[in-house]
Ligand binder design. Structure first.
Ligand SMILES: [Zn+2]
Length: 80
């Protein structure tokens, strides 16, 4: 079974996106940010995707979480 993964980590793309639109408080403008995100090309760049088997993908997530815990905290805050 293959899983699709971002080569440039999603957490970094998201951090850059939020920095670019920092004037929009993500608690107040979640709907607007979502609409912008749909048109924000780095999220949807097919060249930034690769397929990994499930085991490699899990390992990648674990390694990344150890390396950049702050990105995951940001994602979790936004998804709440
Ligand atoms: Zn593998």
């Amino acid at each position: 079974m293959l899983e699709v993964d971002h080569i440039k980590p999603f957490g970094i793309i998201l951090t850059e996106f939020l920095a670019a639109f920092a004037m929009l408080d993500n608690r107040l403008f979640a709907r607007e940010l979502f609409a912008i995100a749909i048109k924000y090309k780095p999220f949807w760049d097919k060249k930034n995707l690769r397929a990994l088997c499930r085991r490699c993908n899990w390992q990648r997530v674990i390694d990344e979480k150890k390396r950049r815990p702050s990105d995951y905290e940001k994602i979790e805050t936004i998804l709440k």
